[in-house]
Design a protein around this ligand. Sequence first.
Ligand code: ATR
Length: 277
Amino acid sequence: MRQYGIIGYPLDHTFSPKIHLRAYRLLKMNAEYKKIEIEPAQFISKIKSLKSGRWSGFNVTIPYKEKIMEYLDEVDPAAEMIGAVNTIAVNPSNHRWKGYNTDYNGFLKPLHAFLPEIKSCLIFGAGGASRAVAFGLIKEGNPHQVIIVNRTETKAKNLVSRLQNLSAGRIEFMNFSEIKKIQFKMDIVINTTSLGMGKAINQYPADPVQFCHERTVVYDLIYNPEESPFLKMAKEAGIFTLNGLPMLIGQAAAGFEIMTGSPFPEILTDKLMQELY
Ligand code: ATR
């Protein structure tokens, strides 16, 4: 039996076991998927013991997506660029661990039809999720302009300079007090911050409507709640919106394919979308 698992802390709210176990069952795979909850103080010793075990692959989640990278034998170039790994494939012949980032595939999944039209992007946040989003937009699309807005300036400027090496377009940082000055409308406005969920459930980084024309896509990576205040404002103004659920399922499906070598069942994608809504 093949063994897979998710590494993180805490793991109370993860959907990953549900998604992966359903796929194994559907494809009649002889595999199991475990929650591997590791307290920060135990991280190094636990990773060392996992490395000597008989595992076939892992998902990695908060707070270890960056920290895990130094324990990998190889890192996919996209994950290296993003600076975070959420999927590890274990080579069955030599047990080497290779890290990938599928957050960016997941983010792009519901966006493919719109990508050719997306020339200007406004992104709120500069954390791990923002890095995957910005990298995805630049790698697969061709934006002429990307604006990153973040509370902590150094983090955003760091991201901007990394992105400038990848794109011929204009990539810039703005702080929250400067966004009022944006005169033109953006093709996509994205929230990657945690404003709109958990303790900040009633908050939002800015009203997205002020930056929208009639074909702008407003995208919030939050999926719980299904409709964040950011999305609600856009929807009420008749603007097309996307929440984080297709991304959640898309990143899991891409991770499944990397770890198992089998295509993720399309029918399960549809079912999960309905069930999780
Ligand atoms: P993730 O991996 O989900 O991106 P993260 O790396 O912790 O998580 O990033 C969280 C993002 O939400 C950051 O851009 C953070 O801004 P800072 O870089 O200034 O920390 C943003 N964020 C979280 N709480 C915020 C708040 N109260 N106001 C503004 N931005 C906030």
